[in-house]
Design a protein around this ligand. Structure first.
Ligand SMILES: *Cc1c(COP(=O)(O)O)cnc(C)c1O
Length: 410
């Protein structure tokens, strides 16, 4: 008799994004002529930079020739890409890392979920509320969330409130936590942390022998000077932080798949007996056992991002999305709404008008204006009463959606 992983049964009943699709489909069945604009989308819309495409075409040609053909690559990534990451992502910001601290992967979502593998079941995990739902779901499926208490809260998860009152900046918890998931610039709130605000968490982690999992999926969107692009810009972070970065939102790799995770060798974890272990070695073991490397073609594409023209091209794409974000910000602000984010991030977090319930607001906006937002509760209990827009759609759709929104609100 095959037993299943019963942790899967503990997952919340619906996944918000499925629910949204069902509602959109139902609307389209009743109104086949509907021209629905998805302004909450988490996926990019601009094509890949030219430099990336050309590098991949060359790589494909190499694979077509017996003299340059390549099979399995290194599990943790090709040296050519790792070296560019070290140089362009880190050395330029005064951060020195070594090649065996960088692990190339097929996406941040996989790593954010899989990283739990190398940690014990009894850690107390801190997760901000609201946030990207994968951290919590992965903890539940991996059996790391503990049991559900009478208050409907996981015994091993501490939720760090990010609300209007604290400017969506996470404050240290009263109880002790061991693993801390931070995502900045944040999805969904679009808020970025300053060096001082992030230092509070690095200091906490160092003092409490905790480890921070830092999801920097939106670091390329940072515009303001006092915002760190990497957690390693904070002193001591190399001893306590794992940083996960993705090319998805940076350069349109959502369909291609490429990301990297940094696990510095200075980070240590403990066994129940108090033995000290390097977390880097565990992650290396996990990668080499469960993974056979990101495709050569894709890694060549990612490498091309660091050429002169690659950099110019991906920055133009980011500017495009950020201009969309600015258009949304300005329009909603001028309508008197409370608008957050959109300055160091393509994510825009908005309070629903008249304290409307997020789902009701979502439905009215869909039915009346044919514009789709993501209801805030999809990102956690404290997301209720908010909705998310992003700058990821086309300029034309963004402008049209704002026109409809304005007409609808008026
Ligand atoms: C989009 C997103 C990711 C996804 O990254 P992939 O590399 O495409 O898997 C990870 N984290 C956050 C917060 C995101 O918004």
């Amino acid at each position: 008799m095959a037993l299943v992983n019963e942790n899967y049964l503990k997952l919340p009943e619906y996944y918000v994004f499925n629910e949204i699709e069902q509602k959109i489909n139902a609307h389209k069945v009743i109104h086949p002529e509907a021209d629905v604009i998805r302004l909450g989308q988490g996926d990019v819309s601009r094509p890949l930079p030219d430099a990336v495409i050309r590098a991949m075409q060359n790589a494909v040609a190499e694979l077509a020739d017996v003299k340059t053909f390549r099979g399995y690559g290194p599990e943790c990534g090709y040296r050519f890409l790792i070296e560019k990451i070290l140089k362009y992502e880190y050395q330029t910001r005064g951060v020195n890392l070594s090649a065996d601290e960088i692990f190339i992967s097929d996406g941040s979502k996989s790593d954010v979920g899989n990283i739990g593998h190398i940690f014990g079941r009894d850690n107390i995990i801190a997760i901000t509320d609201p946030v990207y739902p994968v951290y919590e779901n992965a903890a539940i499926m991996g059996g790391r969330s503990g049991y559900l208490t009478d208050d409907d809260i996981w015994s091993n998860i501490v939720y760090i409130p990010c609300t209007e009152e604290n400017g969506f900046v996470p404050q240290l918890p009263a109880e002790k936590v061991d693993i801390i998931y931070l995502c900045y610039p944040n999805n969904p709130t679009g808020i970025a942390l300053t060096k001082d605000q992030l230092k509070v968490w690095v200091d906490y982690a160092l003092e409490n022998k905790a480890i921070i999992i830092y999801d920097g999926a939106y670091s390329a969107y940072i515009r303001e000077d006092n915002i760190p692009h990497s957690i390693y810009e904070i002193k001591g972070a190399k001893k306590c932080a794992i940083e996960i970065r993705s090319y998805s939102k940076t350069a349109g790799f959502t369909g291609l798949r490429c990301s990297y995770t940094v696990v510095p060798k200075d980070i240590i974890g403990y066994t129940m007996n108090g033995e000290v272990l390097r977390v880097n070695g565990l992650w290396n073991r996990r990668m080499t056992t469960y993974y056979n490397g990101t495709s050569y073609v894709v890694q060549r594409g990612a490498e091309a991002m660091y050429t002169k023209e690659g950099q110019k091209q991906y920055k133009e794409i980011i500017d495009y999305y950020m201009t969309n974000a600015a258009i949304i910000r300005e329009e909603l602000t001028s309508l008197g709404l409370d608008v957050y984010g959109g300055i160091n991030s393509p994510n825009i977090w908005v309070k629903t008008p008249y304290k409307k319930d997020s789902w009701r607001f979502f439905q009215e906006l869909l039915y009346d204006a044919e514009v789709v937002c993501i209801p805030g509760d999809g990102f956690g209990k404290l997301g209720a009463g908010y909705f998310r827009f992003t700058g990821f759609n086309s300029r034309e759709n963004t402008e049209e959606a704002m026109k409809r929104f304005k007409k609808w609100m008026g």
